[in-house]
Design a protein around this ligand. Structure first.
Ligand SMILES: [Zn+2]
Length: 92
């Protein structure tokens, strides 16, 4: 996924623009690992191996995403299984 492609992505829930935090970028400019976040609903969408995970909540498996989020030092909202929201955005 390239950065210009990432900028075209919007939240599948509310169609709001997404913020991107890039963690790993290939020398070709391809984004390999990043986190897309929606300011509107506080959902996060990880980019793993260059693929944005933007499926609806019910098709996502938090247990698969958790190790990646931990690697990026990001805290998931605890006790809310299936909420797919970041803890740092919960107070805003
Ligand atoms: Zn949203």
């Amino acid at each position: 996924m390239t950065e210009s492609f990432a900028k075209k992505l919007c939240c599948p829930i509310d169609k709001h623009d997404l913020d991107i935090r890039i963690f790993v970028k290939h020398e070709s400019g391809e984004i390999l690992e990043a986190l897309l976040t929606c300011k509107e609903c506080s959902r996060y969408y990880p980019v793993i191996y260059g693929v944005p995970i933007m499926t609806p909540d019910e098709y996502r498996d938090k247990s698969l995403e958790e190790p990646v989020m931990k690697k990026w030092n990001l805290n998931l909202q605890s006790g809310k299984q299936g909420s797919f929201q970041l803890e740092e955005n919960s107070s805003t």
